[in-house]
Design a protein around this ligand. Structure first.
Ligand code: BES
Ligand code: MN
Ligand code: ZN
Length: 475
């Protein structure tokens, strides 16, 4: 990815293209033909004179103004300008100092595009953003610089995660994911440990091994540590599902849209992104991230319906459907987090169920926890960053659904309420450690992106959790 320089000043350096944000109902800027532009959110009008291009972008109604208005409007403006060849762009944020972070996030997120692997590089349809300027009042420069720095760190990490997320299953196996994680922690205050098949066998990770055994690309467990807090402070454990491709295994999925199952790794990638951001932001706390990764394939040695698997803490799983694989690898990782790191909380991201999409659609992720403080903190953080989560139940009623006659739990039960019973299954492995499950099946990738994203991996969850951790997440 090309390097981006960001400057915060009271007036532009050089001759960038300008972006002016416009609240619906205010006086139209000089030169805007009346009747052609009403300031609706993300609507744009381009003004040109001999030396200057200025893009006016709508923020929508004043009453509805929120950080996401700036994220979206900045995203729309950047996309528009990149398409017409700009690479040096200044955002005029006078009198909008509180929104500098959101605007810079929107700009950087919108500047990312998955180029793919087509043959002809000259077919590139837009410029690359190399210089982003923020224009602000003198007395807001320091404040704006702080916001812009943090926004840059978070959005850049998110774009890195999106790029890996968009890679297809043949280019991103569990071993390759582990290598990428290894590369990404270079020059960062993070440590990494990777379990290969032999190590997984030695340490009793029967769930990760079972899910991975049908594939010629063997599974991995990736564990990252970040120590920004006190020596004796218990870490927060982050766990993320990274199924590099989910065919369903022996309980194979139908063909339609199966290609989208390359995104079944986004929980693990979100967790990786949070760790990178935590290190770059030097957050004052301890974190451990556990990313179980496997490819779920049918094959001569694939696990099968009826199998009984022993997980890391001795609990057993009766497999009724090999397509409910995420919870099995998560069980191992969560047990390991609990037993090895004595965390103050376990926060887990996964593209766990199609059912959560039926319940909530694609705008909100399902938030499953009985911890009210964590719930409120995450709901609030989600609103701030524009990554919404919606509280869902995870009580005993659902747990009963997944109890098995012949094992600790069975990996599927009724269709009704299955997002909730799946969450309750995963929670069993956290035992009495405060636990949060966030089902990102509907939000991890998109075909209807907001103005600051494009179709494909969204990186959902990185901004959400970093915001919650910055705000001082307490149990
Ligand atoms: N990765 C899928 C969940 C999923 C489905 C995410 C669609 C995004 C879009 C998960 O492994 C899965 O296959 N879940 C099954 C569980 C079922 C077999 C009990 C599901 O939701 O259909
Ligand atoms: Mn599945
Ligand atoms: Zn899956």
């Amino acid at each position: 990815m090309a390097t981006l320089k960001i400057d915060i000043n009271t007036s532009p350096v050089g001759t960038p293209d300008l972006v002016t944000f416009f609240i619906k109902g205010s006086a139209l800027p000089a030169g805007v033909p009346s009747g052609e532009f009403d300031g609706a959110l993300c609507s744009t009008v381009l003004l040109r004179d001999k030396t200057q291009r200025t893009l006016v972008v709508g923020l929508g109604d004043k009453e509805k103004l929120e950080p996401d208005s700036f994220r979206r409007a900045a995203g729309a403006a950047i996309k528009h300008l990149l398409k017409i060849g700009s690479s040096d762009i200044a955002l005029e944020l006078f009198s909008h100092a509180d929104y500098v972070g959101a605007a810079v996030e929107g700009a950087i997120l919108a500047s990312y595009k998955f180029e793919g692997f087509g043959k002809d590089p000259s077919k590139k349809t837009r410029a690359i953003l190399t210089h982003l300027q923020v224009l602000i009042e003198e007395h807001e420069v320091t404040n704006a610089r702080l916001q812009a720095n943090q926004a840059e760190i978070i959005s850049t990490v998110t774009n890195t995660i999106r790029e890996i997320g968009n890679l297809p299953g043949n280019m991103l196996t569990p071993a390759i994911l582990a290598e990428k994680a290894q590369e990404l922690i270079q020059d960062r205050a993070l440590t990494i440990k990777v379990w290969n098949e032999r190590h997984l066998e030695r340490d009793g990770f029967g769930g990760i091994l079972a899910v991975g055994q049908g594939s010629v690309h063997p599974p991995r467990l990736i564990v990252l540590e970040y120590k920004g807090g006190g020596k004796k402070d218990a870490p927060v454990a982050l766990v993320g599902k990274a199924v590099t491709f989910d065919t369903g295994g022996i309980s194979i999925k139908p063909g339609a849209q199966m290609d989208e199952m390359k995104f079944d790794k986004m929980g693990g990638l979100a967790v990786l992104g949070i760790m990178l951001a935590a290190a770059d932001l030097k957050l004052p706390l301890n974190l451990v991230a556990l990313i179980p990764s496997a490819e779920n394939m049918p094959g001569p040695d694939a696990y099968r319906p009826g199998d009984i698997i022993t997980t890391r803490d001795g609990k057993t799983v009766e497999v009724l459907n090999t397509d409910a694989e995420g919870r099995i690898i998560l069980a191992d990782a969560i047990a390991h987090a609990r037993l090895t790191y004595k965390p103050s909380a376990i926060l887990e991201y996964s593209t766990l169920t199609g059912a959560v999409i039926m319940a909530l659609g694609h705008r909100r992720a399902g938030l499953f926890t009985s911890e009210l403080k964590l719930r409120d903190a995450l709901v609030a953080a989600g609103k701030t960053v524009g990554e919404l989560v919606w509280p869902m139940p995870i009580d005993e009623e659902y747990r009963e659904n997944v109890l098995s006659e012949i094992a600790t739990a069975k990996n599927t039960s009724f269709r009704e309420g299955s997002a909730c019973s799946s969450a309750s299954f995963v929670k069993l492995w956290a035992e009495d450690v405060p636990f949060v499950h966030i089902d990102i099946a509907g939000t991890a990738w998109t075909t209807k992106p907001p103005a600051y994203l494009e179709g494909g991996a969204t990186g959902f969850g990185v901004r959400l959790m970093v915001q919650a951790l910055k705000a001082g997440l307490t149990v």
